[in-house]
Design a protein around this ligand. Structure first.
Ligand code: AMP
Length: 213
């Protein structure tokens, strides 16, 4: 099964993608996480991407398309995958088509902008393994360290309120048109993002026809 999880930044794509990935045994691929790793490692791609991510802008299409091409060529993608945060523009979606990657399903997580701004202010992430938490809605066990690797959690630079607003504008102007792009292909499903992660997971699994067991 090849899936795309669409949605505004902070809608919960990453969290749901990780849950579905563990359930189905297929990788969840986050271009945002790959870019953050590249920035941390100081690679050429990371250096090229940093000024865009810091400003809440999109990294140029050719850079992310290159990243995704390389990632999808890896052996663990053979049985399927979940794309989280890619494509974010129509040219990126067209690039997937050109690569011959035929998606089975595109799931759009719908969350109102006001809820997003509130959520982002409480988001905490693990810089080491990429896990994501929320101080109120999805806290780590001790509230300070990552449950998986015990690294102290941090706040993403691009979760600052002014940056969140520009990321939301970018989402509405550039990424949301992808809903029409995939609706025309007949593979778009909308899922209402809820406050509680478990509630969103229920709706997500139902949309994917995957049992909760
Ligand atoms: P995310 O973790 O998905 O919110 O991504 C964080 C940041 O990485 C975004 O604000 C963009 O600057 C960049 N990024 C991630 N995915 C893409 C993409 N598909 N196209 C362009 N920029 C991206």
């Amino acid at each position: 099964m090849k899936m795309i999880f669409l949605g505004a930044p902070g809608a919960g794509k990453g969290t749901q993608a990780e849950i579905v990935s563990a359930k189905l045994g297929i990788p969840a691929i986050s271009t945002g996480a790959i870019i953050r790793e590249a920035i941390k490692a100081g690679t050429e791609t990371g250096l090229a991407a940093k000024k865009f991510t810091d400003a809440g802008a999109l990294v140029p299409d050719e850079v992310v398309i290159g990243i995704i091409k390389e990632r999808l060529a890896k052996a663990d993608c053979a049985k399927g995958f979940i794309l989280d945060g890619f494509p974010r523009t129509v040219p990126q979606a067209e690039a997937l088509d050109k690569m011959g990657v035929k998606m089975d399903l595109v799931l759009s997580l719908e969350v109102a902008d006001e809820a997003i701004v509130e959520r982002m202010s409480g988001r905490r992430v693990c810089d080491k393994c990429g896990a994501s938490y929320h101080v109120a809605f999805n806290p780590s066990e001790d509230g300070v360290n990552c449950d998986k690797c015990k690294t102290p959690l941090s706040i993403r630079r691009d979760d600052a309120p002014e940056v969140v607003k520009s990321r939301l504008n970018v989402y509405h102007e550039t990424t949301e048109p992808l809903k029409d792009f995939y609706a025309e292909k007949g593979i778009l499903k909308l899922v209402q993002g809820c406050e509680k992660v478990e509630d969103t997971t229920k709706s997500t699994l139902a949309a994917l026809n995957v049992s909760e067991e």
